[in-house]
Design a protein around this ligand. Structure first.
Ligand code: BEZ
Ligand code: FE
Length: 281
């Protein structure tokens, strides 16, 4: 096809989405960029078919427990780009990162100082901090949801059965303070036994994420914060498979010897502090 005829196809499709609504706007832009991509790589008929087969496999493995399309968006950096486009305007607010597929509604509630490990394997880890607005005024009663993988790198939902472990929620106290126990975060691979894993393998990419703990913090009058805390020194910080690391979210984790835990635990334990600044809605 000559360049003029190629352009005419694009313009004809763009013109077919003639509405003045947001959906038509988005589709006109999508068509322009998709066609530009095909022209850029001079997409062959075989490559087009391979792409369709890949998306078909992605759909077939997706169900209520496994979202391979989100995973694809994650490894292509689209998830983090969307997080960035929608980031809080105020640079003093705690930065956001990817949500990931392992959040579960109705996780158990614990009081201040409670333990959300519920038997998850790992070194006990004490996490504390304060929830404030961007000027430092305390936010009392914020709902803090936390979830993480165990020392073997698996979330509770990746095991057979319906055990809940390594997740829970608590509320910040009158001065915005919070404190809970869990386990020291571990690095782990994203699910890589499906088409997205095959794509990583075929392109020489690894599936690892650096050690992190997920937070979702909500409070009336504030924007919901979805973020992680990353462990300083993790070897995967410079190569997160889903591009989620931000320097401001990396904290030092202190490791302590046996018999020194403030609540009388007898083995080794770890601790870190993570202060959270919310932007007003
Ligand atoms: C996670 O951190 O839980 C996660 C994020 C993106 C893809 C897979 C897992
Ligand atoms: Fe995670």
């Amino acid at each position: 096809m000559n360049p003029e005829r190629e352009r005419a196809v694009t313009e004809e499709v763009v013109a077919s989405f003639a509405g003045e609504d947001r959906l038509s706007d988005v589709l006109r832009s999508l068509v322009r960029h998709l066609h530009a991509f095909a022209r850029d790589v001079r997409l062959t008929q075989e490559e087009w078919a391979a792409g369709i087969a890949f998306l078909t496999r992605t759909g077939h493995i997706t169900d209520d427990r496994r979202q391979e399309f989100v995973l694809l968006s994650d490894v292509l950096g689209l998830s983090m780009l969307t997080v960035g486009i929608n980031a809080p305007a105020d640079p003093r607010a705690t930065e956001s990162t990817v949500f990931g597929p392992f959040f579960v509604e109705d996780a158990p509630h614990v009081g201040l100082g409670g333990d959300i490990a519920f038997g998850a394997k790992g070194v006990p880890c004490r996490v504390d901090g304060r929830v404030t607005d961007v000027d430092g005024a305390p936010v009392a009663g914020a709902r803090i949801e936390v979830w993480e993988a165990d020392a073997d790198g698996f979330y509770d939902v990746q095991y057979d059965g319906d055990r809940t472990a390594g997740r829970g929620w608590l509320e910040s106290g009158p001065q915005g303070e919070y404190l809970f126990w869990s386990v020291r975060p571990s690095a782990y691979p994203i699910p890589h036994d499906g088409p997205v894993g095959a794509l990583l393998e075929a392109t020489g990419r690894h599936p690892m994420r650096p050690a992190h703990l997920h937070f979702m913090v909500t409070a009336p009058g504030f924007r919901t914060l979805i973020t992680h805390v990353f462990v300083a020194g993790d070897p995967h910080l410079g190569g997160d498979a889903v591009f989620g690391v931000k320097d401001s979210l990396v904290v030092d984790v202190a490791d302590h010897g046996a018999g020194t835990a403030p609540d009388g635990r007898d083995g080794p334990w770890s601790s870190f502090t993570f202060d959270i600044r919310l932007e007003r809605a």
